[in-house]
Design a protein around this ligand. Sequence first.
Ligand SMILES: Cc1ncc(COP(=O)(O)O)c(C=O)c1O
Length: 398
Amino acid sequence: MFENFPHKPLFGANLVSKLFAEDTRDDKLDLGLGVYKSSEGQTTILRSVKKAEARLLKGQETKSYVGLAGDKVFSRRLAELTMGSDQAWDRISIAQTPGGVAAMRVGFEMVHAAQPGATVWVSNPTWANHPPIIQHAGLAVQAYPYLNEETGGVDFDAMTKCLGGLPAGDVVLLQASCHNPTGAGLENAQWDIIAELCKKRGLLPFLDVAYQGFGMGIEEDSYAPRLFAKVMPELLVAVTCSKNFANYRDRVGIIAIQATNSDTAHRSSLKMLDLINALYAMPPDHGAAIVSDILSDQGLRSEWERELAEMRERLANLRIALAAAMRRETNSTEFDFLERQQGMFSILPVTPEQVDAMRIDHGMYIVSNGRINIAGIAESQVNRVAKVIAGVRQVSST
Ligand SMILES: Cc1ncc(COP(=O)(O)O)c(C=O)c1O
C-alpha cells in the first residue's frame, strides 16, 4: 500500500538537525534549528515556567480531557497578550492548539472550508514550513516580494504593489514581528498601510505571531495584531508560546478568528470545533496551564517578562557583536544588516555550496537557504562564526 510514496527527503531545519545529530565532531555548531540557546549553548527552562509547573503539579486534581476548544481562560489571556484587551471579543472565536503549526493548520482548514479555491500569499522568502501547512489544508500558495537583498530590509514598494493587485478574498500571511527567516520587519507606519490596503481590497489577513517579545518588547511586537483586530472585519491570528515561553515541546498556542459579527463568530467557532475534532480532538493541557498561570499571577508574570527581556537583549547584543566581527573579517560594512534586523534569524548572502562547505569543513550548520539562527551562537563563538562565514565566501571567490 505504501510503496508508491516518492522518496521525499527532509528539508530545511529538519534536515540540518538530522545531519547535525550524525556529526561526531566535538566542536560542531548547530545554527540551523530555531531554538534560543543560552551563553552555555543550552535551551533552558525559564524560571517562571519551572515555578508555575511546580505549582501545577502540586495542585492538579485531574487529567481528564480539556475539551475541543481547550482551556478558555488560557486562550483569552494569550489572545489579550497578543491582540490587546480592548477588542470586540464577541466577534472573535478562539481555540487552544498544540503549538503554532496546529494553530495555522486549523486556521487554513477554516479558510478551505469557507472558500475551497482560496490562494494564500506568503512572503518571499518565508518559513519553510508555511507552504506545506497551507497546501496540506488544500489551498494554493503564491509569494509576494518581501526581502530587499541589497539593504536587508523589506522591499515595501514591491510588497505593496503586489498586494495592491490581488483579488478580493485572497489570503495574506504576515509575520507580526521577528520575521522568519529574514529578520526584516515592517515599521508601524508600514503596518498601517498594509492594514488599510487589505481592508480596501477585501483581502483576508492571517497573522502568524511566533516571536512576540523577541524584537522590541511585548507591547511593541504586537502592534500588527492589535491594529488588524481593530480595523479588519475578518482576521485570523495564530499564536505560539514555543519561543517566548521556551516551552517548545509542550506545544502551546491558539488560533483566533475574527468574524464580522457575533452570530458569524459563533458559527465559525462551531465549524472550528468540528475540524479540530477530526484533526487531533483535544490540545494538550500541561504547557497551556503553566502559561495561563504565569499570565494571571503578577509575580510570575513580572519574572517571565524579565526573562524574556534578558533573551531579547542578549539577542540584540549578539547581533551587534556578529556584525562587528563580520566588519573585521571582511573589512566592509556588507553585514551591518545583521545589526538592523530583529529576532532569531537572518539570511546570510551565501550559496548552498558555501553552506555545504561550512558544514563539511567547519562543522557549522545553517539552513541551505542561508538562514542562520543568531540565538544559537554563544558569545564565545561569535568570532569563530564570523571567520567561517567570511572564509567560505573568500574560498569561493578565489
Ligand atoms: C514563523 C513561525 N511560525 C510558527 C512557528 C510554529 O511554532 P510551533 O509549532 O513550534 O509552536 C514557528 C516555529 O519555528 C515559526 O518560526
